[in-house]
Structures are given as C-alpha cells and as structure tokens.
Design a protein around this ligand. Structure first.
Ligand code: AMP
Ligand code: ZN
Length: 466
C-alpha cells in the first residue's frame, strides 16, 4: 500500500506522491520566537520530524523549509517593553528553540528562514496582490479583500457567506467569528520598529511571510504544507488567499495538521499558563528520549493528553527496547536459524511499515514492534531463537529507530534514569567481554560526565551518583 496522509483540504486520506516523483517540497510553519517553546509546540515539531523522516525512509528526498517568525504583535510589544531591538529580543529565543529541537533529535529542515530577512519578498507579493485588485488601504495600512477571493474558507471548510464585507482586523491572531479582511502591511505606529519600503513605512502582518517564503524556496505549488491544527484558520486560509490570488494555482497539494497536546482537557498554551518547557521536564530528570517517545507515540491526528504517568510509561518502553537490543548483542544463541522465529521478524517489519504508511499511525507501528518483542523474548527463553535470527531482529529495531530515534541514550543533556544507567553498565560488561576496552572505558567516562561513579566488585559493577 502506498504512503498516504489525511489532507485537510480534501478531508480524506489521500495517496501521496511528490509532484516530481522524487523530492518532497514541504513547508512547515515554525516557531514565533518570543519566548521558550513549550512541549505542546514541540509536539507539532516532533510530528513534522516523523513526517520528514518517514518520507525519507521511503526513499524520497525532502526539500523542507521552516520559517522563524521573528516579527509579530507579541514580539513588538515585548521588545518595546524591554526597550530592545526586535533582533536582540528574538535571537536568544531562536537559539533556545534550535537547542531544544536538537535535544529532541528533531532533524533540521534543509532551510530555516527568518521573516525579517524576507521583507522585500513580502512587499513584492503585496504589490502583486494590489495590482490584481485584492487589496485596499485604510488609515495607511493595507488589507486583503477576502470577498474578492472565491475560494476563501475552502481549507477550514467554513462558510463565510455571512461575513461583513469591508470589516477589518488588525491583530495577527483571531478566531473564525472574526472572518474579516486581514492586514497585509501595518502602517508604523509611534516608535514601533518598521521598514521603509515602496508600500510605506511599516511592518508586515503575520500571514504574508509564509506565502512569500514558501513560494520563494519551493515554487508556486508545494507538495505539503504542515503545521499545528490551530493554524488552519485563519493563518493557512489566509496563506492560500494570498498565494493563489497571485499565482492562480493551488498553493499546496497536501495540508497536514497536527492535533494539540492538551493538559486536563485544555490546549497547552502560554496564555492559559498550563505549560511545561522542555527545560522544565529535563530539570525534573526526564530524558529527552522519553519526551520524544511520548510526543511521537500518539498518532498526530489524535489529541495527546500530557501526564507524568505517560512520560514514565514512555521511559519504560524505551528501557524495554534497549534491553532487547542489549540481549541481541550479549546473549549466546545456539548456531543456525530458527525457522519459526524468522518470519516473525519480517512480519513485524511489514506491519511497522504499513502502519507508518497509513497516515503515520505511530501507535500501531510501535504496537507491532512490542508484540514482536514479547513473542521473541518468550521464544528466546524457550530456546526458539538462534544466532542467525539476530540480524532480522536488529533490522526491525533499526527501521523503528530510523524514525523514532530513541535507542541511543543522550549523555549530554538531562539526568540519566536508573534504567538508563543500568543499560549502559550492561553494555560496558558486554564490551569488556568482547575485549572492546575502548568502548568500556568510553562508557565509564560518559557516566562520570553525568555524575555517575562506577565501582567494579566481585559481585559485579555497582554505581552511585556523585
Ligand atoms: P507558535 O510558536 O505559537 O507560533 O507555535 C508553533 C507551533 O506550535 C504551531 O504550529 C502551533 O500550531 C503549535 N502549537 C501551539 N500550541 C500547541 C499545543 N498545545 N499542542 C500542539 N501544537 C501546538
Ligand atoms: Zn505559517
């Protein structure tokens, strides 16, 4: 079965192939760098990492662009309140974001682009819209006339028939009750930071940046446009209106939206104050892999209910995977191939891949892996697993880890859990047995760096935290 995704535009799961058959041109709305990202935001970025990794695992290439929103209402308010420039205000948060996605092993897109470095492209696009009659001016600002764009509402499947022509919104974010003409270019107010351009001294509205940057780097029709579900309206609806009014071509073939991470039934958000940053969780001793696993394990179209029990369960799942991996490396299995065990590995691999192809059903994909682990551990205990079966089992783990990327312990960030320390010690014992003393010493050094001291005794290795 083919690779397929739920497309918000068609409201169904559609088979996916990139337009040129080879390279997937995808754009994902990036962070607004006005504060630290919370793990709700990071769920959306973990989703796009899975999307990207699975596309690549399937042999396609990616040209993946992500924007950094470094100018908007909130940023301007905060920068002015602290009396610093937009750049000085946003750069530390941009760095923190890049560090966070690195910690979570989220691969960098091929291109990361800042809004403030594309003002020229935005101005040109607004000029293009103006020449086609899609804009008007009011009090020095420029607005998009949504009644002129026939398809308005086609992505969010809202009927905007009753909207009031000529009513306007100036703010960057609003809900669907406020379907109004939105601002493309805001005239400078007071001492606000601004750009002096042919369309006036001012700054862009939020939506124009994504149309301008996506089309600059990816062409007029993208294969995939993705983001969090809250961006469907108004942000993505407005992106379509801006782009298609000028190109008269579909802006994106697939629109893929990730559901929210919620806490006690409510969306995790800065404004509700119910949020944890990645740094909060690391400080509490959770590992980056456990957080990544939790964010990845719930299929992206389901709401993810964040709990500490869920996070602990994620850590336990990783331990089971690592213990199994270790067992494959260290157990002495009888020579030869067990013919009952062999097809179990290939069937699990096929199930894993089919689940990922099916709109990235990560829960079913992991389910196939754990079912295999359970059966295989039992088979191993009963002597029904031989040396020549190891490669098949390792191939399954490797395929899983190509997308989930949780097997290798992080040794640079966060505190290690007891299970992780035990796993590393077991790996060290195995390395010594195999006379790989460099690896054994390397593990001792890694643990020491994490504040864990080893003591080799007759009974085995003991450890303590410094
Ligand atoms: P922002 O930095 O606010 O522009 O948001 C960055 C991304 O995080 C966007 O794609 C949002 O849709 C997404 N997002 C915001 N809150 C949540 C949440 N609670 N769960 C999942 N994604 C979220
Ligand atoms: Zn965007």
């Amino acid at each position: 079965m083919a690779l397929r995704f739920y497309n918000t535009l068609t409201q169904q799961v559609d088979d996916f192939v990139p337009a040129d058959g080879k390279t997937v041109r995808m754009y994902v709305c990036g962070p607004t760098v006005y504060n630290f990202a919370h793990i709700g935001n990071l769920r959306t970025f973990t989703f796009q990492d899975l999307l990207r990794r699975w596309i690549r695992a399937r042999g396609l290439e990616t040209m993946h662009v992500m924007n950094i929103t470094d100018v908007d209402d909130k940023i301007i308010r905060s920068a002015m309140a602290q009396n610093v420039s937009i750049n000085d205000y946003t750069r530390p948060y941009e760095e923190a974001f890049l560090e966070d996605i690195g910690t979570l092993r989220i691969q960098r897109p091929e291109k990361l682009v800042r809004a403030t470095e594309h003002i020229h492209e935005m101005v040109e696009l607004i000029q293009g819209l103006a020449s086609r009659g899609f804009t008007y001016e009011s009090d020095g600002s420029i607005y998009y006339r949504i009644s002129k764009f026939e398809g308005y509402g086609k992505l969010s499947h809202n009927d905007f028939g009753g909207m009031i022509a000529g009513a306007r919104v100036d703010v960057d974010e609003y809900d669907k009750e406020n379907a109004r003409d939105f601002v493309l270019w805001k005239q400078r107010k007071d001492n606000e930071p601004s750009w002096d351009t042919p369309i006036g001294d001012g700054r862009p509205g939020w939506h124009i940046e994504c149309s301008a940057m996506a089309m600059k780097y990816l062409g007029e029709t993208l294969d995939i446009h993705a983001g969090g579900i809250d961006l469907t309206f108004p942000h993505h609806e407005n992106e379509i209106a801006q782009s298609e009014a000028v190109t008269e071509k579909p802006f994106a073939r697939f629109w893929i939206h990730a559901e929210h991470l919620i806490v006690e039934g409510q969306k995790m958000s800065k404004s509700l104050g119910n949020f944890y940053t990645l740094r909060d969780l690391l400080q509490m001793g959770y590992s980056p892999e456990a957080i990544r696993y939790l964010l990845a394990s719930v299929p992206y179209r389901n709401k993810l209910n964040f709990t500490f029990d869920g996070l602990k369960a994620a850590a336990t799942s990783i331990e089971r995977l690592r213990n199994f991996e270790l067992r494959l490396k260290t157990d002495r299995f009888p020579e030869g191939l067990d013919v009952t065990a062999a097809p179990r590995a290939s069937a699990a691999l096929a199930q894993f891949e089919a689940a990922m192809d099916d709109d990235l059903n990560t829960a079913n994909a992991l389910g196939a892996v754990f079912e295999y682990l359970r059966e295989t551990n039992t088979a191993m205990d009963a002597g029904g697993f031989r040396a020549a079966n190891v490669a098949g089992a390792q191939a399954l783990l490797a395929r899983m880890d190509e997308v989930f990327d949780v097997l290798k312990p992080s040794v640079t960030a966060g505190a290690l859990s007891d299970g992780e320390i035990d796993a590393l010690i077991a790996e060290r014992v195995a390395a010594k047995k195999a006379r790989n003393f460099a690896r054994a010493d390397g593990i001792r050094a890694e643990l020491l760096e994490q504040g864990v001291v080893l003591e080799d005794t007759k009974e085995g290795t003991r450890w303590k935290r410094k």
